[in-house]
Design a protein around this ligand. Structure first.
Ligand code: KDG
Ligand code: MG
Length: 405
């Protein structure tokens, strides 16, 4: 079997997605997700110009060798663009292998460790009341774990709470240049403690609660927040501070027993090696799309497992349903799976383009038994929604200083 063609398909059904289709000379094809929010065309060009031409004629069954060829064989190792390109090819090759074997990918990984993957949903709001109303509705829908984010009083807009009331999947197309947002740690602290205090009063003690800081704190501020949130028993506090200096988390860890999660921007095992081997974190949030695909993420999950760190893959709307499917296969297999982030099935246009039958019931995702990843991509429908340049916002302190993303 040989790789005959590699198509790179960019579409914007509300937000941009980069999809790779690897076609073989025997008619079997595989799909992969290469979406890198705000840098979509950089990955698409990398694939088109620098990756695809090197793979034509190779045997798609040699997943490991192709992974190593694209990783070790390149002078410029790692980095989000190169690793997203490797990721998409890798996912497509696992998809092909599953189709050849007539088996779903989780069976190729080693089979089931659980019946389904527990999900955490998002409750966002312009006020604490609105956030808690949304959380209560998600509990009614059967979710057992919910991330709470609420707008910060006194700031014009708060990232991640859908201030413009748009749907998650329609946040793009209206941002041809990066919008600028303000951040105040002082105002945030007042809000976040009250949010969790009132959440426990209203939602009770049985529900798992989570929160994403989006890296806006310094290590000592993160340590203080973790400590102040201890009475509210979070499942985890995510991205409490940046960990370019991985030892920052030693400081946070030494001050709090609130579990810590990080990793959604990481593109290789090296970005989290010290965090994991020193047990400074509890959950690793790396995504298959951004860390070298199923092969890359499987390696991180196994490494995490021997250090009692659980997986909690990133599941934001800028990861396509192909990535979601790859995560569900990994989650069903991984002995140290923790929880999967989930923001819903996507808008109507997305559901027309990406078809799969992963069932979400009672706050859990049930894997599809279709061979491979179990996702179909409608190229004609995708062509109706061309790429639109779009950016995430940037963050500045109230005096104008650029701040951590
Ligand atoms: O591309 C950025 C988003 O994926 C990110 O803002 C979402 O932090 C996020 C999360 O935890 O889903
Ligand atoms: Mg996050």
């Amino acid at each position: 079997m040989k790789i005959k063609d590699i198509k790179i398909l960019v579409t914007c059904p509300g937000r941009n997605f980069v999809t790779v289709k690897v076609v073989t000379d025997e008619g079997i094809y595989g799909l992969g997700d290469a979406t890198l929010n705000g840098r979509e065309m950089a990955v698409a060009t990398c694939l088109e110009e620098h990756v695809a031409p090197c793979l034509i004629g190779r045997d798609p069954q040699n997943i490991e060798d192709i992974w190593q060829y694209l990783y070790k064989g390149v002078y410029w190792r790692r980095g989000p663009i190169g690793m997203a390109a490797i990721a998409a090819i890798d996912m497509a090759l696992w998809d092909i292998k599953g189709k050849i074997a007539g088996l779903p990918v989780y069976q190729l990984l080693g089979g089931r460790s659980r019946k389904a993957a527990t999900l955490y949903a998002h409750a966002n709001g312009e006020s604490i009341d609105e956030t808690l109303d949304n959380a209560a509705a998600l509990m009614e829908d059967g979710f057992k774990a919910i991330r709470l984010q609420s707008a910060i009083p006194g700031l014009p807009v708060t990232y991640g709470v859908l201030g413009d009331k748009k749907d998650y999947f329609e946040l793009q197309g209206n941002r041809p240049l990066p919008p600028e947002e303000e951040w105040s740690t002082k105002k945030y602290f007042n809000l976040v403690i009250e949010l969790f205090e009132r959440a426990r009063e209203r939602l009770g003690d049985d529900i798992h609660l989570l929160h994403d800081v989006h890296s806006r704190l310094t290590p000592i501020e993160a340590a203080r927040l973790g400590k102040l949130l201890e009475p509210y028993d979070l499942m985890f506090l995510e991205d409490a501070c940046i960990a370019e200096n991985q030892e920052s988390y030693k400081l946070v860890r030494n001050h709090t027993t609130t579990p810590l999660a990080i990793g959604e921007t990481y593109n290789s095992i090296w970005d989290c090696k010290e965090l994991i081997e020193n047990q400074w974190i509890d959950y690793i949030r790396t995504a298959a799309t951004h860390a070298g695909g199923i092969t890359g993420l499987r390696r991180i999950i196994d490494f995490a497992g021997i250090h009692d760190v659980k997986s909690a893959p990133h599941g934001a709307p800028d990861l396509s349903p192909i990535c979601f499917a790859a995560h569900i296969h990994l989650n069903i297999w991984a002995p140290n799976f923790g929880i999967q982030e989930y923001v819903g099935p996507g808008n109507e246009e997305m559901q027309r383009i990406f078809k799969h039958n992963i069932k979400v019931e009672d706050g859990m995702a049930f894997v599809s038994d279709a061979p491979g990843l179990g996702v179909e991509f409608d190229e004609e429908a995708a062509a109706e929604f061309p790429y639109k340049r779009s950016y995430l916002p940037v963050s500045r302190l109230e005096d104008g200083t650029m701040w951590h993303w």
